[in-house]
Design a protein around this ligand. Structure first.
Ligand code: ADP
Ligand code: MG
Length: 380
């Protein structure tokens, strides 16, 4: 006889993650087939020779640069919204794939000539997470708690539940992400306070002010920027290196998608290394063929200070959502008692410093910002 297994899912804009409660009663992340704790929230519709092959997760991410028009990512920013929503229109201009209007006016996407709802794309990601859990338990998993941004309205929440249903999962509860994060940090234990939850992911920045009174957590305001995240940092790094290679070697990397894909993968890696170390090495053999006919073996070291300089315009955009979140619930920045960081990008020291300077205090220590949400499994 088997009891129903239940899991917690962080269905992220860029990365998703599945967790459970282990035998010791502690939240535990379930690694995917590749041994990774997070799975890219991406779905790619076959390269030209293999048009109908659909891949998800890391396999889709590997095609992001070489097959951009048919590799769908970040659909969480579209789910449950209408095509005419000004935010959707703004977003559509920045995406390499087509956003279209469904017959009922919803924002849908297009790949290989097919019109597809964001719910269907998300369901493919959820299916991969469900399989990860099924492999782990060696039995079917049918229920999940899924986290959603606090500012998601009813349509966005319903669409997320629909995506789960298509993937064969019944949603036990949709939990607000900042609430899950506050629980993850144990912020609900101890004295009453106001907590700012700053979540900087791959493509979005969400700031929520959470009020904790008698152990009850309430999100009192939530601001989101749909076009601010790690992608912007990746883009700034790419532009810089492409410029340098053109200047120094007369080679235009934009003409070679394979080289761009390799450069991007290495730069994202370097960005991660620079959160821990002061410098990171790029070492890309055969990056391209020079006008002279010689092969370019590209090497360069990137200093943390250099990266911080390249992303100055990006760092400036962190202020507005933080200030706005406070204004919206009528509190002063100085009324915030503690700051919780969520999202992969908050591992970056420059981001931590920026947020500290806005609020005038250091954020709580970042243990595992991309997985902080999992304690909610125990609390519910
Ligand atoms: P989301 O919740 O939006 O799906 P995540 O919280 O997983 O996204 O954050 C993804 C972003 O965090 C990516 O841009 C990724 O490159 C970045 N990231 C992950 N780890 C690090 C790190 N160690 N240093 C800097 N950025 C990181
Ligand atoms: Mg997230």
């Amino acid at each position: 006889m088997s009891r129903k297994r239940s899991i917690g899912i962080d269905l992220g804009t860029t990365n998703s993650c599945v967790a459970t409660i282990n035998d010791e009663g502690l939240p535990q992340i379930i690694n995917n087939k590749l041994g990774h704790s997070v799975t890219p929230s991406m779905v790619s519709f076959g390269q030209s020779q293999d048009k109908h092959k659909i891949v998800t997760g890391v396999l889709a991410q590997r095609q992001a640069v070489t097959n951009p028009a048919h590799t769908l990512y970040g659909v969480k920013r579209l789910i449950g919204r209408t095509y005419n929503d000004p935010k959707v229109q703004e977003l559509a201009r920045s995406l390499p794939y087509a956003v279209i209007s469904a017959p009922n006016g919803d924002a849908w996407v297009q790949a290989r000539g097919m019109a597809i709802s964001p719910q269907e794309i998300s369901s493919l990601v959820l299916r991969e997470l469900r399989e990860t859990a099924t492999d782990y338990f060696e039995e079917e998993v049918e229920e999940a708690i899924i986290t959603v941004p606090a500012h998601f309205d009813n349509a966005q929440r319903k669409a997320t539940s629909d995506a789960a249903a298509i993937a064969g999962l019944k949603v036990r509860r949709l939990l607000n992400e900042p609430t899950a994060a506050a629980l993850g940090y144990g912020a609900h234990r101890g004295a009453d306070k106001r907590v700012a939850v700053c979540d900087l992911g791959g493509g979005t920045f969400d700031v929520s002010i959470v009020n904790i009174e008698d152990g009850v957590i309430e999100v009192i305001s939530s601001q989101g920027d749909l076009l601010l995240g790690g992608e912007d940092v990746d883009r700034a790094m790419m532009e810089q290196i492409i410029l340098e290679v053109r200047r120094e070697h007369g080679l235009d990397l934009n003409e070679d998608p394979e080289s761009l894909q390799r450069l991007k993968a290495d730069l994202v890696q370097a960005k991660h290394v620079l959160s821990e170390a002061r410098s990171a090495e790029l070492d890309l053999r055969y990056l391209g063929k020079l006008p002279s006919g010689k092969v370019l073996d590209y090497k360069r070291s990137i200093e943390r200070a250099e990266l911080n300089h390249w992303i100055e315009p990006f760092l400036e955009r962190i202020d507005a959502p933080c200030l706005e979140a406070a204004v919206r619930c009528g509190i002063a920045i100085s009324d915030v008692d503690s700051i919780v960081l969520v999202g992969g990008m908050t591992r970056m020291p420059a981001i931590q410093n920026k947020i500290a300077s806005i609020f005038g205090r250091r954020p709580l220590k970042v243990v595992n910002p991309d997985a902080v949400s999992y304690t909610h499994l125990r609390a519910h």
